[in-house]
Design a protein around this ligand. Sequence first.
Ligand code: IDP
Ligand code: MG
Length: 139
Amino acid sequence: MSGNITFTMIKPKAIADGNMGNIIAKITQGGFNIKALKLTRLTKDQARKFYAVHSERPFFEGLVSFMSSGPIVAAILEKEDAVLNYRNYIGATNPADAAAGSIRALYGTSIEANAVHGSDSDENAVNEGAFFFSEFERF
Ligand code: IDP
Ligand code: MG
């Protein structure tokens, strides 16, 4: 059975471009209920920890620099089958491949600066939410 919680971040470039409000509106228009939300900023160490699964990838250090380059929004979202529904709603990793109308197609500007993060499993959703919101417990 699939869970009803996912975790998202609005990435620094989308915020710098002035699209924080547009993306939050788009999330709620998609039927995702915002359970927790904050504007914050990652240190490089926090970004390394969040993206640790990608530490061997060639883009890792660039991603860490990018994700700590400015404010982000972190949020926990609720909807039935939240992880899969949100992954579909945001579109493919590369905005150039993302479906028309998806968040990444609308607001992403490169494969790195692809506007938003979306959890890829129920377990990661809970753990990523707990990374930012102490009231949510890890698995
Ligand atoms: P996802 O965010 O769609 O799940 P992942 O493969 O988990 O994609 O990659 C995590 C993040 O790393 C992406 O959202 C993007 O910001 C960045 N990224 C992925 N692939 C590349 C790349 O080839 N070059 C630069 N950055 C990348
Ligand atoms: Mg991923």
